[in-house]
Ligand binder design. Structure first.
Ligand SMILES: [Zn+2]
Length: 467
């Protein structure tokens, strides 16, 4: 893997330089497809009907090991690499603020290593690289699971760029995004206000109602909203239409479904109060992550054997500069999340958190959740950023091509590949992983959180390939 690392670091850098957001990752997926072809994988494009999803498979017979990659960027996080102050590459442009340029490149490097290992040793087994688009709010993996893309997979392995090295503790929330649209009646706001019925009023009353509901929901549930359409910019026109997008998160799918029904009632109440019509559209939905003890323990052993990424003095110098732009709370919370004692003057993580360490729960959401309900799944979090760097910030984008990013990428690839090889070679690991998965899903079997009529919001490929 060390012999091939430069090709994958270069691919990560190229993808960093072409930030594409949810379902628009045409150039990024082309990079991954070209690398799969070069490495000799059997390629399937347009996976689950999504033009920016790709799967590459290698090997024959035996178990099927899925290695999950991502390559989508975030809107509004354009940032020059390698500096420690905010400066956009392109005003208002996209940026790799979650490190998915590294995520996909490391996953593909791991898959390639496993492929070559199986071929050299003549071992039966298949490794499959899943190029998954639209992790950021697009739930592509949930659609891929719903379309049966993981039906014959034995286990799935992934990772995420982070600032602390550890095996992921599978702590994430189920999440759904729903657009609530209100239709009223436009009117002159001064001359004929009595004839108008304001859709914007309905949105505001819905938000007030949900804000009152917060006191009476489970403490780890989360609700956020953004007004997508305020009905226009003229205050002297009663707003005839308005739209608000809600993100509703809860500990698990039954909890999320219950909360969604309550939010719907608030929306109906707002429509009733304002004499407007309400309609709703689910945009995306993902499940909470499910852990898997045998796979987590196996990955932990490999991670400890390989050790943390071998950062050098120049990596630490840049990371220190980045830490200078972070608050003390940012840095303290990174340690708290991992459950380890804070250390001063430690710009980059030089340890692997022991297995089972309990930290403060990180209550985000990811579409890896749905894969984890379909098949036993394990993820590493590998240090690629200065300790305390919050993801989805300019500081995260700035470090995406740094020395720490590249060393973290290669370490992540080695941890994933070693875990995959152990799963293929250790006779009972996959069986134990499956038994653990069965025990966790027996009481509440998986049911896709995506309504049957909801399709991924795919975009047409650009007519002319952008240069
Ligand atoms: Zn991410």
């Amino acid at each position: 893997m060390d012999a091939r690392r430069h090709d994958y670091e270069a691919m990560s850098d190229r993808i960093w330089g072409m930030p594409e957001i949810a379902y628009g990752e045409f150039r990024s997926v082309a990079e991954h497809t070209a690398m799969l072809a070069r490495e000799g994988f059997r390629i399937r494009e347009n996976v689950a009907g999504i033009p920016t999803a790709v799967v590459g498979e290698a090997g024959e017979g035996g178990p099927v090991i899925a290695i999950l990659g991502e390559y989508d960027a975030l809107p509004g996080l354009s940032q020059v690499a390698g500096i420690a102050e905010p400066q956009e590459v392109e005003a208002g442009g996209h940026g790799h603020g979650c490190g998915h340029n590294m995520l996909g490149s490391a996953a593909l490097l791991a898959a390639t290593a496993v492929k070559n290992y199986l071929a050299e040793k003549g071992i039966a087994g298949r490794v499959r690289y899943y190029g998954c688009p639209a992790e950021e709010g697009g739930a592509a993996k949930a659609f891929m699971v719903r379309e049966g893309e993981f039906d014959d997979v034995d286990i799935a392995i992934s990772w995420h760029p982070a600032s602390i090295n550890r095996v992921d503790d599978a702590n994430s929330l189920a999440n759904t995004r729903i657009d609530f649209s209100f239709r009223g009646r436009a009117a002159h706001a001064a001359a004929a206000p009595h004839l108008g019925r304001s859709a914007l009023d309905a949105v505001e009353l819905m938000n007030v109602g949900v804000n009152y509901m917060r006191e009476h929901m489970p403490s780890d549930a989360r609700i956020h909203y953004a007004i997508l359409d305020a009905g226009g910019i003229a205050p002297n026109v009663v707003q005839g239409t308005a739209k608000v997008r809600y993100a509703i998160r809860a500990r698990d799918l039954p909890g999320m479904r219950a909360l969604v029904e309550r939010v719907k009632k608030v929306a109906q109440g707002a429509a009733l109060m304002t004499e407007t019509q309400m309609s709703l559209q689910v945009v995306s939905a993902v499940s909470n992550l499910l852990g898997n003890t045998p796979l987590e323990q196996a990955m932990q052993m490999q991670f400890e054997a390989l050790g943390p990424p071998p950062f050098d003095a120049s990596d630490r110098a840049y990371a220190s500069q980045i830490q200078g732009t972070l608050s003390a709370e940012d840095i303290a919370s990174a340690f708290a999340r991992a459950g380890v004692t804070p250390r001063k003057d430690l710009p980059l993580c030089d340890f692997v958190v022991p297995y089972g360490t309990k930290g403060v729960a990180m209550l985000g959401s990811t579409d890896v959740g749905d894969v984890s309900w379909a098949v036993p799944t394990v993820q590493a979090r590998v240090a690629t950023h200065a300790i305390g760097t919050p993801l989805h910030t300019w500081q995260a984008t700035a470090q995406g091509k740094s020395g720490q990013a590249k060393k973290g990428l290669v370490t992540a690839a080695k941890v994933m590949a070693a875990t995959a090889v152990e799963a293929i070679e250790a006779p009972d690991l996959i069986a134990r992983a499956k038994a653990d998965h069965k025990a966790r899903t027996e009481a509440v079997p998986y049911e896709s959180p995506l309504p049957a009529d909801v399709k991924p919001p795919i975009k047409p490929a650009p007519a002319v390939a952008a240069e």
